[in-house]
Design a protein. Structure first.
Length: 333
């Protein structure tokens, strides 16, 4: 029998928020990599995730891990394939996001990325799937307006930060230009097209109160982590091969690899916790709650001094972007 704890609504919500905090924290590992290639870090992260998730699956589910996969495959094999493909796609998109993180920092990336993602996802949902009966179009328009404001506030904060760094006595270690910011926004727009893959896979592949035909939690997570590992090899393994950096990855000491290992445990530890809660709450509830991770990441960026030496107005606009993002997500969700 597959492991399935009994949860109360309150405990499920707390689990989602805790998982989101884990998601929002592991990005700080990027601050400690130095000259070590992000692609090496990425492969270590998802290799750790693969080993971790399958180990937890065997410990808690035993033979039921494969039995559930076999049963679901016999009834609807697409649940298996979609989970694997979505695992690969979201990881490929996230690799580009890590590049943006390293370019313009955590504090600016999150409100821009999240606002663009919700705006496009909402537009696609309204055009393709239609607006649910009884849903307030006024809320939708207000939410979109607020999210656009969050992007504009973030860009103004970046402009003030860039200008302030020129005369600041104490500067941030992270330096970028407006051209870097524009390129980063373009990359975020391009990756947003595949960013809903994680949520789509969760909604379609996982058995929940609204999806009775899906996989149990740990079989689902084992397949997702397998897809994620494949995606990391496609996205980062190919770059390591092209740049001939595999030898560097294999000979790098544990003092560097530990950041990829810890990040893998935090990323998929959070995923497992979030998925157990999603099976109880349904994805439509757990996903908006998971947006808490964006706030956590942004706060860590400020704690690590990404805005050190910036004028006070830059902080005001950054806080304004955060508030507009939270309000926009609230009105839409």
């Amino acid at each position: 029998m597959n492991f399935s704890p009994e949860l109360s609504p309150a405990s499920a919500v707390l689990m989602v928020l805790f998982a989101a905090s884990m998601w929002g924290t592991w990005f700080i590992s990027l601050k400690y990599l130095g000259d070590y290639p992000i692609d090496g870090f990425y492969v270590t992260l998802f290799t750790t995730s693969l080993v971790f998730v399958w180990s937890v699956g065997f410990i808690l589910d035993g033979s039921a891990l494969f039995q559930n996969m076999s049963d679901v495959y016999a009834v609807d094999s697409s649940r298996i394939y979609v989970t694997l493909v979505c695992g690969s796609l979201y990881v490929i998109g996230m690799r580009v996001t890590l590049h943006v993180f390293s370019t313009i920092g955590l504090s600016l990336t999150m409100p821009i990325k999240s606002s663009i993602s919700i705006l496009l996802s909402t537009t696609v949902a309204a055009v393709v799937g239609g607006v649910p009966e009884g849903y307030s179009m006024g809320f939708l328009f207000v939410g979109c307006f607020l999210l656009i404001g969050a992007v504009l506030f973030s860009m103004q904060s970046a402009r003030l930060r860039i200008a302030g760094q020129e005369t600041a006595v104490e500067k941030s270690d992270l330096q970028f230009t407006m051209e870097d910011l524009r390129k980063s926004i373009i990359l975020l727009l391009l990756t947003t097209a595949i960013s809903p893959a994680y949520t789509f896979g969760l909604s379609y592949g996982l058995k929940s109160i609204t999806q009775p035909s899906g996989l149990a939690v740990l079989p689902y997570m084992a397949l997702l982590s397998t897809g994620a590992f494949i995606g990391s090899i496609i996205a980062s393994g190919s770059m390591l091969t092209y740049r001939r950096q595999w030898r560097l990855v294999l000979t790098t000491p544990m003092s560097i690899h530990k950041f990829g290992i810890i990040s893998g445990l935090f990323h998929y530890g959070g995923n497992i916790i979030h998925t157990f809660a999603s099976a109880f709450l349904s994805t439509v509830i757990s996903f908006p709650l998971g947006l808490w991770s964006n706030l956590v990441t942004q706060i860590w960026g400020i704690v690590f001094g990404e805005f050190k030496g910036s004028p006070r107005k830059a902080y005001y606009y950054l806080v304004g972007a955060l508030l507009l993002y939270i309000l926009g997500a609230y009105f839409i969700a």
